[in-house]
Design a protein. Structure first.
Length: 366
């Protein structure tokens, strides 16, 4: 069995990343074969897949199969930085470039020199940074924030996203030229529900891994438990499976996992795919709503509709920015900017590090 795992890290306990990947299902085997073909090249790769499907693991495997295997592999989450910091993180900065820049610092591109840079959640990059990233990919050099000196780099870029970049391009939230620069090779990672042949091999891996950590002996699964695992939808993909197994090992008895030991979530996520009938129904509802709006309102309709859509989506998602962004097909940074613009988020500049009412207050201080 081909098994990929992430290097041990204290942050993995709270991460939503998949920590293991197998290629037992026919769809996964086809992906692995394609991956082996493209890995030795220097081509940029764009990896598509839902959260928790193992995009970073695939990126690491591409690096390990390439001629850059002896160089560094740097993984960067583009959605983890504020807009004010992302440029300095990617491209580096000089001393005094901004408040708090007490010394010069190399960016992630420089750190990855001679190896591979993996940009996860590429759709979250602000448009201004997308322009600079495109230039770096074209010119093969970076300019640190606060400097005019170009620094040559030799880096292969792999990128990943869990949003539909085509929609982001149409909405003018992602640059089309950057998309084509990154998408020389594309890899689609299927969600776990679409590759059931990987479920039980991954289950056995996590059972063995957590049994060792907990000091257990051999732990077995009943056939009923296997069936329950194999038939579940796994909306959280591989990471959810790992969490379920970890919890199950803490409560099972006699080194045997039974069906009733498996506590599976009742969460059901609406997927973007829908039947033509549902699409037509939604279309008809929108047409009627727009017709009434056109008859009753005049002026600035685009702004009103956009604001109403954003407010409704934000409240439907219980004021969760990430879920709102996913529902609307936007990046998290774009969603946050729009919510601030319409007053749903309050910018708190006076008390760095403090927030009120969950994620509804944003601190923009560096």
């Amino acid at each position: 069995m081909q098994l990929l795992t992430l290097p041990p890290s204290p942050t993995l306990a709270t991460s939503i990343r998949a920590t293991a990947q197998v290629f037992e299902d026919p769809k996964s085997q086809a992906l692995l074969a394609h991956l082996k073909q493209v890995a030795p090249s220097e081509a940029s790769v764009l990896i598509f897949g839902e959260t928790g499907t193992g995009k970073e693991l695939v990126a690491r495997h591409i690096h390990n199969l390439s001629g850059r295997r002896n160089g560094p592999f740097i993984a960067v989450n583009c959605g983890a930085f504020t807009e004010s910091l992302v440029e300095a993180e990617l491209f580096g900065h000089e001393k005094g470039a901004f408040t708090g820049a007490l010394a010069a610092k190399a960016g992630w591109f420089e750190e990855a020199n001679g190896g591979t840079l993996f940009l996860d959640e590429i759709g979250d990059l602000p448009m201004a940074i997308q322009v600079k990233l495109l230039r770096v990919l074209q010119e093969r050099e970076v300019v640190r924030l606060g400097s005019r000196k170009s620094i040559p780099i030799n880096v292969r870029v792999l990128a990943a996203t869990n949003v539909q970049l085509e929609k982001a391009i149409n909405a003018r939230h992602f640059r089309e030229d950057l998309y084509y620069r990154l998408n020389v090779v594309s890899l689609q990672l299927h969600p776990l529900r679409e590759r059931p042949g990987d479920i039980l091999p991954l289950t056995r891996h996590f059972i063995n891994s957590y049994s060792d950590r907990l000091g257990y002996g051999e732990v077995r699964l009943t056939s009923e438990a296997e069936h329950k695992l194999a038939s579940y939808d796994w909306p959280g993909n591989i990471r959810e499976l790992e969490n379920v197994i970890h919890h199950t090992l803490l409560i099972c008895h006699e080194s045997l996992i039974r069906q009733e030991d498996l506590r599976l979530s009742n969460l059901r996520i609406e997927r973007s795919e829908s039947t033509p009938a549902l699409d037509e129904s939604a279309d008809a509802l929108l047409q009627r709503a727009f017709q009434r709006l056109f008859e009753e309102e005049t002026g600035a309709l685009h702004e009103k509709v956009e604001e109403a859509l954003l407010r409704s989506a934000y409240r439907f998602c219980h004021h969760n920015q990430v879920h709102t962004a996913s529902l609307l097909g936007l990046s998290r940074n774009v969603t946050r900017t729009l919510l601030i613009k319409i007053g749903e988020l309050v910018v708190n500049k006076r008390r760095p590090g403090k927030s009120l009412k969950g994620d509804r207050v944003i601190n923009l201080s560096i």
